[in-house]
Design a protein around this ligand. Structure first.
Ligand SMILES: NC(=O)c1ccc[n+]([C@@H]2O[C@H](COP(=O)([O-])OP(=O)(O)OC[C@H]3O[C@@H](n4cnc5c(N)ncnc54)[C@H](O)[C@@H]3O)[C@@H](O)[C@H]2O)c1
Length: 365
């Protein structure tokens, strides 16, 4: 069986979805809904099979026979698009963040209660091979009970987008929602607990300070420290800097328990490096009792790395999503509840950065 995918939005990330679906057996992008002519034409070149193009998802749903939808439109459009497509009862992969506010995520969860087809939130960092390996090590008990999880992301600034939607909190949810929802999701998954308290310090200090759009200056953070307390007593910390594209590692994810620490070290996209070459990821395990440090290179197939900017994660996420569709099951690995929590924590962190106060999530929901 070939699964026919319809994409809603085909900008930068939409192209990455098409390139990865090109690589996967049994998958074909057969339609896209995209208002921008240039992106519609580019999508026809990117796809390795003929695709029907529409300017909006209503026309696409009315005129195309599809087996699955992928929502890859800007963040602030997810809520209304989801409300329109939930009734289709097609399996949906929705790009992160599920919506830009936790309240909107909650509304979608309620509306989706009668669905039988899965709605999977694209928390693809779970599927980055070095991060997936870290998750496995923690599950196997390598560190003991995880007590601390620290994530450092030092990367390039947000890229330019059609309509400049990513320069404003109202359209993205804010940097700590838009970008960092991935990290809150990883922390909940690895620490196996929900956060209870969030404290953040952050600002827009370097990027976009000279930009103006219709007289409005961008209002998104470009650096932050965020500390989280979890219900089970474990702690999380994020160190985010978006003017650090000279860093060798883009992300370093560290989980520490009483027995060991495991680090996943992930390079950024090759197209932003000085020599344009892919770098391998590493996983390092530092044992406490023996003081032994074991470092392993994590190889990812070159064609998979080349198909995107996310170290293979889009490919592996699609592989799991495809397998879920083929299985006929309806339980996605990343649920709407996971999507809701990742937005709630991001919103609380944005609020904390603005007010200077720690936020207790039980009072914030
Ligand atoms: N999982 C990840 O790691 C990851 C990485 C990048 C982006 N994203 C997410 O993917 C989504 C798209 O981001 P992007 O970087 O591709 O942005 P983009 O601006 O490059 O592309 C968005 C596209 O959607 C189109 N569009 C606008 N309104 C639309 C509508 N109502 N219906 C259909 N299409 C519409 C635009 O014309 C544009 O081509 C966002 O939600 C973003 O947060 C996720």
């Amino acid at each position: 069986m070939t699964i026919r995918y319809g994409l809603i939005g085909s900008g930068m990330m939409g192209q990455e979805h098409i390139r990865n679906l090109n690589l996967l057996d049994g998958c074909e992008v057969t339609a896209i809904a995209e208002p921008d002519l240039g992106m519609r034409e580019l999508s026809q070149q990117t796809a390795n099979s003929p695709i029907a193009t529409y300017t909006n998802h209503h026309d696409m749903l009315a005129n195309s026979d599809l087996d699955a939808l992928v929502i890859v439109a800007p963040n602030h459009t997810h809520h209304s698009i989801l409300k329109d497509v939930l009734d289709s009862n097609l399996p949906i992969l929705c790009e992160k963040p599920l919506c830009t506010t936790a309240a909107d995520c909650g509304e979608i969860m309620t509306l989706a209660e009668t669905r039988t087809a899965p709605l999977w939130v694209a928390m693809e960092y779970r599927y980055m091979p070095p991060v997936a390996r870290l998750i496995d090590e923690v599950k196997q008990g390598t560190v003991g009970q995880p007590r601390m999880m620290a994530i450092r992301e030092h990367r390039f600034p947000f890229l330019e987008k059609i309509g400049d939607w990513n320069r404003f909190q109202a359209q993205t949810g804010g940097t700590l929602v838009e970008k960092c929802c991935h990290f809150w999701d990883l922390m909940r998954l690895v620490l196996q607990s929900d956060p209870v308290r969030v404290f953040a310090s952050g600002n827009m200090d370097v990027n976009f300070i000279d930009e103006s759009y219709n007289g409005q200056q961008p209002d998104i953070l470009d650096n932050a420290f965020v500390i989280l307390d979890f219900e089970n007593g474990s702690r999380g910390m994020l160190d985010l800097c978006m003017f650090a594209e000279g860093s060798y590692w883009q992300e370093i994810v560290s989980v520490t328990g009483a027995q060991a620490r495991v680090d996943a070290k992930v390079p950024g996209p090759a197209r932003f490096t000085v020599d344009g070459k892919e770098r391998h990821a590493e996983v390092e395990i530092s044992h406490r009792a023996s003081k032994e440090v074991v470092t392993e290179t994590i190889e990812v197939d070159h064609s998979i790395l080349q198909a995107g900017d996310h170290h293979g994660s889009t490919f592996y996420q699609h592989q799991h999503f495809r397998d879920l569709i083929l299985s006929g099951q309806n339980q996605p690995a990343v649920s709407m509840e996971d999507g809701y929590w990742s937005v709630l924590v991001g919103e609380a962190a944005e609020h904390s950065a603005k007010t200077g106060q720690a936020v207790y999530l039980k009072d914030f929901k």
